[in-house]
Write a protein that binds this ligand. Structure first.
Ligand code: PLP
Length: 435
């Protein structure tokens, strides 16, 4: 195979091409690689294949749609399936989210949500609200808005000139106090107060348009919010008229043991971003959800006949993505996958925490069907030890995500108990072998 023509994303291209890992097909919980090996998918692809691979209803819906209507313009034009997909998504969204704006990825959802926040304040005459606040270790994709409000150093530092008018509050990872917590850790709700301090000390509260956070930070290594933290953030935003955006690109669609983190954690944002699991990873699609108040404010501010929100993509509500989304949401509902995630969560938690005490295991964090196993960084540098463990697991037939020194697990919600045991026993053996 000629590997030359492709510039791989978020990859060490040179190293990878010396020893490529190539997947050729997938079904249910398993990938097959180019050597014919079965590999258990411990990370739902990239946190997206929540209903498992190759689900017949989803693949058929896409195939049929491609024959019926492959593409149609969606600017001042439309197609039936776009409206149907929005209706289905809004139906299963948390209470109070009445409108869906479709994008093609989590990154586009991030930038779209920031622009919606600006448009909303402008429509209300609060044109001074132009600043955004994100968090250290936050991840909101790779477009300019998302990179700017994101807080993973490695993703930002290479690009010096990001958006102005952005600030960050600290992350909530505190292994010293919260190490090996199960579910939401006990300590750290007070870090939310840093938001209020910061907006008074360094900014004017009336200059802040929105705060954007992931209810649980996935890409920075499964950082679960401390008990009470999200509610305090919510209260501060409400008090100062600041919109709160939840980036549920990972946490949506059952991942935290229920439908949305908004519901499992009991805190409702003003704007909710999703992607990934929306189409079970089959066709790229994301969405930004808002309530009628935000939609009506933006739309009613424009004169009749004018475009109210000058934003959208050629592939907004792409017919194949809409077909995939409708079928995926049907599968989640009919197969009870969000309930299944909740039922399996205690088993998943117990299996993850069984690795406590193994050499170099520094912390274990979990919620729903997500777990992060953080290792001590070796003298060779960040990610080297966990990278070796990840490679050994792959050789032993289990795929997982590596973020920094954390192994991240987020299997499809169809995972069974034996597969959960296989995932964590494979990690345990690999950790011992690397020690
Ligand atoms: N937001 C969050 C919370 C994510 O985890 C991701 C991807 O992992 C994104 C946004 C970006 O999504 P995409 O890669 O589809 O652009």
């Amino acid at each position: 195979m000629n590997l030359d023509a492709l510039w791989m994303p978020f990859s060490a291209n040179k190293t990878f091409k010396q020893n490529p890992r190539i997947l050729t097909s997938a079904q249910g919980m398993y990938f097959t690689d180019d050597k014919g090996r079965q590999i258990l998918d411990g990370c739902a692809g990239l946190w997206c294949v929540n209903a498992g691979h190759g689900n017949e209803r989803i693949t058929q819906a896409i195939a049929e749609q491609s024959k019926k209507l492959d593409f149609a313009p969606f600017f001042n034009m439309s197609h039936d399936i776009g409206f149907k997909a929005a209706e289905r998504l809004v139906e299963m969204a948390p209470k109070g989210f009445d409108k869906a704006f479709f994008t093609n990825s989590g990154s586009e959802s991030a930038d779209t949500s920031l622009k919606i926040a600006l448009a909303y304040h402008a429509a209300r005459g609060e044109t001074g609200r132009v600043k955004f606040i994100g968090r250290e270790k936050g991840y909101h994709g790779v477009n300019f808005g998302g990179t700017s409000v994101g807080g993973i150093g490695g993703n930002r530092k290479a690009f010096n000139h990001l958006l102005p008018f952005v600030d960050h509050i600290r992350h909530t990872l505190d292994i010293e106090r919260n190490g090996f917590s199960k579910g939401l850790p006990a300590y750290g709700a007070e870090w939310a107060d840093e938001l209020e301090n910061r907006i008074f000390t360094l900014h004017d509260p009336k200059s802040i348009a929105a705060v954007i956070i992931e209810p649980m930070s996935g890409s920075a290594g499964v950082i679960v919010p401390p008990q009470g933290y999200l509610q305090r953030i919510r209260d501060i935003c409400t008090k100062h008229g600041i919109l709160l955006i939840f980036d549920e690109v990972i946490t949506g669609f059952g991942r935290t043991g229920g439908d949305w983190a908004t519901n499992t954690m009991g805190v409702t944002p003003d704007i909710l971003n999703c992607a990934k699991g929306l189409t079970n990873g089959t066709v790229p699609m994301g969405a930004v959800l808002v309530g009628n108040e935000i939609y009506n404010t933006v739309v009613d501010a424009a004169p009749e006949g004018a475009i109210e929100f000058a934003h959208g993509y050629t592939y907004t509500a792409h017919p194949l993505a809409c077909a995939a989304a409708i079928a995926t949401l049907d599968v989640y509902r009919d197969e009870g996958l969000f309930e299944r995630a909740g039922q399996l969560a205690p088993k998943f938690e117990q299996a993850a925490h069984s690795l406590k005490g193994l050499p170099f295991v520094k912390d274990i964090r979990n919620i729903g069907l997500v777990a992060g196993i953080e290792l001590e960084t070796s003298a060779e540098g960040l990610g080297k030890r966990a990278g070796l463990v990840q490679q050994k697991c792959y050789e032993a037939g289990v795929l997982m995500r590596l973020t920094g020194e954390t192994l991240a697990l987020s299997p499809p919600l169809i995972v069974n108990e034996a597969q959960i045991d296989q995932i964590f026993s494979t990690i345990g053996e690999a950790v011992k072998a690397v020690a």
